[in-house]
Ligand binder design. Structure first.
Ligand code: UDP
Ligand code: MG
Length: 326
């Protein structure tokens, strides 16, 4: 039995060595005691600091370290996909490389994996997070769960163990705008949750600007359903209905009372409302068309600059063929 630990890294030069040490001290004991092999898959997501050099150094000293280095920054979603595509484990664990996901959880996760679960989700508490962020994400999850077709849970991130079945399922989904939280929920399989205490980042700083978070939030809503399209349809329909009622009412008034002062206010508000509805609808359409544009191009999710995984090119070609199959 082989466990692959997959860690995407973007500008994490201070953490790589520490992460490798923590992982090794836990994994060497647990794998020996409970009988499995492990590999560590570092995915360098086009870092601009010394992350790749650090990874190569640990790889030189530890034959269990595999690395994949991208030609530029493709984002965490792409990095996770690369790790999942090229890991060879019967189980895979995805974890951040900034030590916010405690490696100490791995033995417990492996226990659940061996017990037959396909997804073992490590859920964090939100203690120590910025108040504003916590509030915003709580709000987001409440909103999003009303909107989309799969159920998302607050505090549940990418830190999880996946069985080979789950890994293959995730890799088989080739959509360009990937929203892993949704994908994880979408594939289903037997899942279980274990909790851990929230940890603050040890070194460096978060790679998520508010702008990136907002984009992520929008992707989440939009990549998992077509309800926004329907919402604009409903708004349009309701406005049209109200407009019709108003016209009828005015007509009756004209017939009964006769023509009064023509309402500048009514006219301008009608124009504004209609204009607004149209703009909203066009915007929603545009968002979806934008997504289609990216899907249709069928570009690879990432490009590999270098790696120490021997059959990487063959496998990535096989992956790409899989993509074109009907
Ligand atoms: N990451 C990545 N590519 C990116 C941004 C982030 O591979 O473009 C990695 C990063 O190195 C870290 C993980 O994704 O291992 C989570 O990022 P971060 O800690 O910045 O997010 P947060 O923990 O604040 O949600
Ligand atoms: Mg982090």
């Amino acid at each position: 039995m082989l466990l692959s630990v997959i860690t995407p890294a973007y500008n994490e030069q201070e953490s790589i060595r520490k992460l490798h040490q923590r992982l090794t001290s836990i994994l060497s004991r647990d794998s020996f005691e409970t009988g499995y092999e492990y590999e560590l898959v570092f995915v360098n997501d086009g870092s601009r600091d010394r992350t790749l050099e650090e990874i190569k150094q640990v790889a030189a000293s530890d034959p269990r370290v595999r690395y994949i280095s991208f030609s530029r920054n493709f984002g965490k979603e792409a990095a996770m996909l690369a790790g999942l595509s090229f890991c060879s484990g019967d189980f895979g664990i995805i974890m951040d490389s900034d030590l916010q996901h405690p490696p100490e959880m791995i033995p417990a996760m492996m226990d659940q994996g061996r017990a037959g679960f396909d997804q073992v989700i490590a859920k964090r508490t939100r203690s120590g997070d910025k108040k504003g962020r916590t509030f915003l994400s709580k709000l987001y999850y409440r909103l999003v769960n009303h909107l989309i077709d799969v159920k998302l849970e607050d505090g549940v991130g990418d830190f999880r163990l996946l069985s080979r079945k789950a890994i293959d399922a995730l890799v088989s989904m080739r959509e360009y705008t990937r929203f892993s939280k949704g994908l994880f929920a979408w594939i289903g399989f037997r899942s279980t949750v274990i909790e851990y205490e929230n940890v603050q980042r040890e070194a460096g700083e978060t790679k998520w600007s508010l702008k990136a978070l907002l984009r992520y939030a929008a992707d989440g809503i939009m990549s998992f359903n077509d309800k926004p399209l329907r919402v604009s349809f409903y708004i349009g329909a309701i406005t049209m209905f109200l407009g019709l009622l108003y016209i009828l009412y005015s007509l009756v008034r004209v017939l009964v009372v006769g023509i009064e002062e023509p309402g500048y206010f009514t006219m301008i508000s009608a124009i504004l409302i209609m204009g607004g509805v149209q703009l909203v609808s066009v915007g929603v359409l545009g968002e979806y068309i934008g997504k289609i544009y990216y899907e249709v191009k069928g570009r690879p999710h990432f490009l590999v600059q270098e790696s120490n995984i021997p059959d990487l090119t063959e496998r990535s070609e096989a992956n790409h063929k899989g993509n074109n199959a009907p």
